[in-house]
Design a protein around this ligand. Sequence first.
Ligand code: PHE
Length: 344
Amino acid sequence: MQEQLKAIQQEALSKVEEVNDLKELQAIKVAYLGKKGSLTQVLRGMGKLSPEERPVVGEIANQVREAITTAIEEKNTILENAALEKQLQAESIDVTLPGRPVKVGGPHLLTKVIEEIEDLFIGMGYEVREGPEVETDYYNFEALNLPKDHPARDMQDSFYITNELLLRTHTSPVQARTMKEYNGEKGFKMICPGKVYRRDTDDATHSHQFTQIEGLYVDKDVKMSDLKGVLNVFAKRMFGEDRKIRLRPSFFPFTEPSVEMDISCKVCDGHGCNVCKGTGWIEILGAGMVHPNVLEMGGYDPNVYSGFAFGMGPERIAMLKYGVNDIRQFYLNDSRFLKQFHQA
Ligand code: PHE
């Protein structure tokens, strides 16, 4: 029996020595030390031994079990470490590789200019209003003192959808709608930014779709000098404190008197250059005192209330402020153009 035990030990140890796989090692453990394992089988036969032999053989059996268990445990540690090492190598990442650059976007230049103008007027107590881009003939023209056959309708070549519906040619209908909403009950100040549409042929300074911001202040006792004061603040805040403004007489059907505002040219400081075409002045916007007919159609008594209105194109403001020489740049979405202004 002792011989048998020794043989089992030798056989088991050499198998453990050779094995290179954790599963196989487990199988060896079961084959020798398990309930039906060969060592266990031999030990079952111990009952047949004489009382003198039993403790001797028992001790040897314990030594054999110990030796096999230790060998299996050691091998187990070796194989587990190797497996871990292999996994670490397979999953290793090179932290020194350069990262992939993340492209960061930013607001469109036009959006920035519009928001800058909005902030300026909000600071002066104006509310910001929006209106529909598909507008009725009534709000786009009639309520602004442009009856159906008025020749000044030609100033704004329009995209008609039906006889009564068109793409708005300016944001002034939002002003007419706001007056109607307050309905002569109280004074108000509002600006309305938004998209407008005209049947223009696209070139460096024209686009069939562009943006406008118009403003309207209606109250008792609003004067032309109030308009001049507000426009002066606007021009200086947008283009610099050293800019001068001038108002030239003009014509709009919805204002009387009507003016156009110029600012002194920044490039030549008013002396005349190719940017201002030698005049020293650059046209910025149209404005005027709200026509009594327009106040009346908006529900305001022109004998009690007066008001001023102004309208400008943010594209033009942005072109002058940032030296953009083609209006189409705003709509092409060429990232080489757009990203120049992310920090502006
Ligand atoms: N609505 C005018 C236009 O689009 C601009 C404007 C607004 C002029 C308000 C005067 C007063 O041309």
